[in-house]
Design a protein around this ligand. Sequence first.
Ligand SMILES: C[S@@+](CC[C@H](N)C(=O)[O-])C[C@H]1O[C@@H](n2cnc3c(N)ncnc32)[C@H](O)[C@@H]1O
Length: 280
Amino acid sequence: MQKLHNYIISKLVPLYGTEEAEALELRLWQYERGFSRFDLHLHRYDLLDSGNAARLLAVVDRLAMGEPIQYIYGEAPFFDFMFKVSPDVLIPRPETEELVDAIVKANAGFDGLIADIGTGSGCIAVSLKKFLPTANVTGFDISVGALAVARFNAEKMAEDVSFRQADVLNPEFSFGFTPHIVVSNPPYVTYSEMKEMNRNVLDFEPHLALFVDDNDPLLFYRVIAAKAASEMATGGQLWFEINRAFAHETCNVLVEAGFCKVEALKDLNGNMRIVTGVLK
Ligand SMILES: C[S@@+](CC[C@H](N)C(=O)[O-])C[C@H]1O[C@@H](n2cnc3c(N)ncnc32)[C@H](O)[C@@H]1O
C-alpha cells in the first residue's frame, strides 16, 4: 500500500497540487475501503490484492485526467446531505449552500410556494424543502437528464418536491402558480471567462448549466426577474446566485423589473454572490 500511495500522489500532484492530491487520495480510500486517515496510516504496509489495486488504479487514471471525484462515485455533499450527481448536472457548490442558508434564515416557518429555476441536481429545491418543511417547492429545468437526477434526489431524501421540464427563456414560460419565493442559480459564466476555468470543470461539467453569451451575460437574470415580477404577488422574494463580476448590474436588473430592498450579499470569501429583492 505504501508503494501505491506514492504512485497515487505522483499521478495526482501535477493536476491538483500536493494538498488536494492528498485529500483526493483519502477520499478514494474512504470510498474503496471505508478507510479513515487513521486506517490509512495503520494499513500502510498491508498488501492489497490485485483486483482491488486494479480498481483503484483505474479511478486514479480518471482523476489524473481531470474527472471530478463526484462524477466518478456519482455523489456530492450539500449541507449534510449526499446528492446523486451525473454528468447531466452541475456539482453542487458551497456558494449555493450559502444562498439556501440566506433564504432559510430570512423565512423561518415559511409555508408558501417556492419556484427554483434551473434546478439541476435539485440541491436548492430539496434542501429548501428539508429546512422549510411546510413550503411547497417546484424545481424547473430545461434538461430532462437533470430532472431525472433531481427527482431521484427528492425521492431518496423522502422530500415531496415537484419538478417540471421548462425552458425559462421561452416567452411562453409560466410558473403555473403564484410563487412567494423565486430562487435561481442560472448559467452565468461568460465564454470569455472560460480560459480561467479548471479543466475538470470545462471538460466534465455540463456547458448548458454553466455558460451564457458574452454579449448578454445577464440574460437569465433579466428574463427570470421579469417573469417573477409579472407572476408573483407584492412582497414576493427573488433570490439569485450571481456572477460576482456583475453584482451591481444584477442589482439594477432587479430594480428595473420592479423590485425594492434590492441588495447584494457577500459569501464567506467576501465575494458578492447573492442578489435578492422584494416585489413592490
Ligand atoms: C448553474 S446550474 C444550477 C444547478 C443547481 N440549481 C445548482 O445550484 O447546483 C443551471 C441550471 O440551469 C439549467 N438551464 C439552462 N438553461 C435553461 C433554460 N433555458 N431553462 C431552464 N433551465 C435551464 C441547466 O440545465 C442547469 O441545471
